[in-house]
Design a binder for this molecule. Structure first.
Ligand SMILES: [Zn+2]
Length: 251
């Protein structure tokens, strides 16, 4: 029987296909890529334990996803942000991918992306020795759905802009932000995300030049009637996802 940590790595590897710093695809690489020489202070086990301890990774549970499907694992990006050191390290890794891309501005859709744009711009500034700005777009009515104001549009004008987001599920939000930024105009260098869980491509986001995701994750999900966890009477997780609503609807 593997010890607890190895077991967790194994489970996670079965649900994740992740990208190494070199861009090569590796299995279970989320742990490996963050355990590179760029992060000498954080070992594989420490990182895994850290993400589990802050409930950013939930495994061996019974989750009801927003789609209504059921599954055993959950990636909770909102659990990462209160932990500034972890957020910084994740963003440092993303910044390193774009260190040679001459990025002038990092732009994100509000809300969660704002934190990423700040940290990634901070690390790009450190890495390149040039000032890289971190700004955000905010929601508005149709037809554009996002607006870049507060003077941030001026900062982006005719500059090289990296668009960042935490989760790519349908890619719809980032596609809108890319489109509104291009109207300023500015040059979109690429898109970066913490996690691509929708199999989104650069083409889906408006044919951006490059798309980099720290983690590319496919969560196995079942329709309710096919869920083996329901059949096993495993209790529904009511802390994350739509488990609480699902249980209430069945009363
Ligand atoms: Zn179920």
């Amino acid at each position: 029987m593997p010890d607890k940590t190895c077991f967790a790595v194994y489970i996670y590897a079965t649900i994740a296909w992740l990208q190494s710093p070199s861009g090569a695809w590796v299995t279970g690489g989320f742990v490996q890529c963050l355990n590179s020489e760029q992060y000498p202070n954080m070992s594989t086990n420490q990182l895994l334990d850290t993400l589990k301890n802050i409930n950013a990774i939930i495994i061996d549970s019974h989750i009801v996803y927003t789609s209504g499907k059921h599954g055993s694992a959950y990636i909770n990006k909102d659990a990462i942000y209160p932990h500034t050191e972890i957020t910084s390290q994740l963003c440092q890794h993303i910044a390193q991918q774009f260190a040679n891309s001459n990025v002038d501005v990092v732009l994100a859709p509000a809300i969660g992306g704002v934190i990423l744009s700040q940290w990634i711009a901070h690390h790009l500034t450190k890495l390149t020795g040039r000032t890289v700005y971190g700004v955000y777009a905010e929601k508005c009515e149709a037809p554009d759905y996002f607006v870049i104001k507060r003077g941030y549009d001026k900062l982006c004008q005719n500059k090289r802009v990296l668009v960042v987001e935490d989760m790519l599920t349908t890619g719809g939000t980032v596609k809108k932000v890319v489109a509104v930024a291009r109207k300023i105009p500015c040059d979109i260098v690429g898109v970066a995300a913490l996690c691509n869980r929708g199999g989104i491509t650069a083409h889906d986001l408006g044919d951006v030049p490059t798309l980099y995701s720290l983690a590319n994750i496919k969560l196995e999900a079942w329709d309710e009637q096919d869920c083996p966890l329901c059949k096993a009477n495993k209790p529904i997780n009511t802390d994350v996802g739509k488990g609480r609503e699902w249980l209430k609807a069945r009363v």
